[in-house]
Design a protein around this ligand. Structure first.
Ligand code: NAP
Length: 256
């Protein structure tokens, strides 16, 4: 595989970093010049990374083209490029459907959508793809794990799930600042909360078939502080707010 990237931003940096670690058969990775600082960093990190003169040169040099630009500029950028029939396109652009992408691309390419997350740089986490593709799975599987969505609806829901990352850190920040107001240094709160949440995630991953509800019970002594925390949070609208946010993000994902 000869991968190329249109858009050299945060997610391209993570994927290229992971790919250089995980794939020893890749001989060249071509990246677009926009996002100059990241492009320079990647080219400096490996002689296999080449900065193309422009977006068209990325396509001309690659058999798998990753689209890693923001949705707002995607149509203009993609319509201006010439693809070839043998190419595979992997779109990372949130909420732009395959049919829409196909109408912007002037050749009958094969299109797969993917949601890689920054953890791929460390060969961790999970990348959702749709539709299932042996080639795209083979690329992302060594960069963590892959979940192949069987339907577009399922893929959209993975997209909603991936939008929880900001809220995760938002909860951590609100909690750490609350501790700070009670007199604990922010750094101490941060040092305590990070490992707790890491251990909780590890517990969930190590018990893949145990429902989260059972884990909540297992980690909450009857009548204890954890049970009280969840009850007050739920009663105060915490779960309702979460459900509302999930509904609204899904509506946005499906609207485009
Ligand atoms: N970050 C994530 O975790 C993540 C995960 C999955 C999917 N995605 C999706 O991946 C896409 C990129 O996200 P990102 O977080 O990497 O964004 P980003 O850091 O803003 O990167 C976007 C890159 O596109 C470049 N760009 C702007 N105009 C361009 C053009 N005309 N031609 C080529 N490149 C151009 C920008 O360069 P300049 O800096 O020079 O403007 C920038 O380097 C988005 O659609 C996003 O939804 C992101």
């Amino acid at each position: 595989m000869t991968p190329g990237f249109i858009g050299t931003g945060i997610i391209t940096e993570a994927i290229v970093t992971g790919a250089l670690r995980a794939h020893d058969t890749i001989r060249k990775i071509t990246i677009s010049p926009r996002g100059a600082a990241i492009a320079a960093r990647l080219a400096q990190a490996s002689p296999l990374v080449k900065i193309a003169a422009d977006n068209q040169a990325v396509i001309d040099e690659s058999d798998v083209v990753f689209l890693a630009i923001r949705p707002q500029i995607a149509e203009e950028v993609i319509r201006s490029l010439k693809f070839s029939k043998s190419q595979r396109v992997v779109s990372l652009i949130a909420a732009v459907q395959i049919e829409t992408l196909a109408s912007w691309i002037d050749a009958e390419v094969t299109i797969t959508r993917a949601i890689p997350l920054p953890f791929v740089a460390d060969l961790q986490g999970v990348t959702a793809i749709y539709p299932p593709s042996r080639e795209v799975t083979a690329f992302f599987a060594p960069l963590g794990a892959v979940l192949e969505a069987q339907t577009l609806e399922e893929f959209d829901l993975f997209g909603v799930a991936s939008a929880l990352m900001g809220s995760y850190f938002g909860i951590m920040e609100t909690t750490a600042r609350w501790f700070e107001r009670q007199g604990m240094p922010y750094d101490s709160a941060r040092a305590y909360l990070g490992p707790i949440f890491l251990s909780l995630s590890q517990a969930a991953v190590q018990e893949p078939v145990v429902p989260f509800k059972s884990l909540r019970s297992a980690f909450s002594t009857k009548g204890g502080l954890n049970e009280q925390m969840f009850e007050v949070f739920d009663r105060s609208g915490g779960m309702a707010a979460l459900t509302q946010a999930l509904d609204q993000v899904l509506a946005r994902v499906r609207a485009r």
